[in-house]
Structure formats: C-alpha cells, structure tokens
Ligand binder design. Structure first.
Ligand SMILES: [Zn+2]
Length: 67
C-alpha cells in the first residue's frame, strides 16, 4: 500500500502507508515508482505479517490441544 503524490514540477513522491517512510521522491516515471515500491522492504509490514502468522499458528495449536 503506497501513497503517491505529485510535485509541482510533475515528478512524483511515493510513501509507504505501513511505516510512513518516503520511499522515493522526485521520481519522473510511473514505472520507476513501481520499481522503487517493489524494492522497499517494509519493517512494519513484515512485523504485521509475522504477527498474523503467529496468530494463525496459535489458534491452530489451541484447536489441537482442545481436541
Ligand atoms: Zn514501509
């Protein structure tokens, strides 16, 4: 999830909506924006996914214990 904004000179900035870090600024093309976004390794998103995974494992473990 990224928030793209356009500058007055027509270039773009893109910001990650998970960690609110500006990934790229003054980018001239849409393709380059996409490339920069793909390269962003988001610590917040990784953490969120990890928590989801743990929750899933946790609920599975609980089901097994109950049965
Ligand atoms: Zn991020």
């Amino acid at each position: 999830m990224y928030s793209r904004t356009q500058n007055e000179n027509g270039t773009y900035n893109t910001r990650c909506l998970f960690c609110f870090m500006t990934i790229a600024s003054s980018v001239e093309s849409d393709g380059e924006l996409g490339r920069q976004e793909t390269r962003h390794i988001c610590p917040e998103r990784a953490l969120a996914e990890l928590l989801e995974l743990e929750k899933a494992i946790d609920s599975r473990t609980r089901e097994t214990t109950a049965a």
